[in-house]
Design a protein around this ligand. Sequence first.
Ligand code: AP5
Ligand code: MG
Length: 201
Amino acid sequence: MIIILIGPPGSGKGTQSQRLIDYLETAHLSTGELFREHISSESALGCEAKQFISRGELVPDHVVDSMVVQTLEQPRFADGCLFDGYPRSVPQAEALSQLLNLQQREVTLVLELDVPDSVLVERLLARQRADDTLETIKHRLEVYGAQTRPLLEYYKQRGKLETVDGQGSVDDVFGRIQAVVNQLKTDSSESEESNPSTCSN
Ligand code: AP5
Ligand code: MG
């Protein structure tokens, strides 16, 4: 399975990813976490990304896409993956689609975590990550609306989008995510039973 978690800053992408990767026994790719690792190790990529992240801007697509391509080459991503915070723009979604096409794979499911802005701001101010100042949070939310929200329509048109209410306890939200994932598994096993693949030698 290739699952994408989309949601504004503070919607719980990282929190729910940790649960979902254990549940599905799949690999996790968070572009935000990869950038923070590069920033801590003071790599050239980290230095480039830091100037955008500290302002709450998106890192340019070509930088993100090449980092993702390199990361996905690792064998642990061969059987599937949970993307957290990627893709984050329509050009990134197109780049991912082309990459997966080359591997004869496709996105299985896009899960949107829906949380109102007032709750997001409260959660992020309580966390205090380097990019969690009120000014940067507000700008990250604007950037989400302008550059990432259009992805919801993009994946809706492709029949991939499911929206989950991201409010309530972490357990409540995970229960809703599990229900969507379990339904998807049931639907795909039923369709395999009614359309068994035929092999010819
Ligand atoms: P990234 O690291 O992805 O940050 P983000 O999208 O701003 O989201 P957060 O990580 O802040 O929130 P989250 O949704 O993961 O929520 P979390 O689980 O942590 O990206 C950082 C930056 O990197 C971007 O701004 C950009 O500059 C750059 N970047 C990354 N990817 C990029 C890309 N593809 N293209 C270009 N640039 C990119 O939860 C937040 C808090 O809420 C936590 O304290 C948590 O404990 C709490 N919480 C979670 N769930 C609940 C709940 N149900 N109830 C109460 N509290 C909760
Ligand atoms: Mg996160």
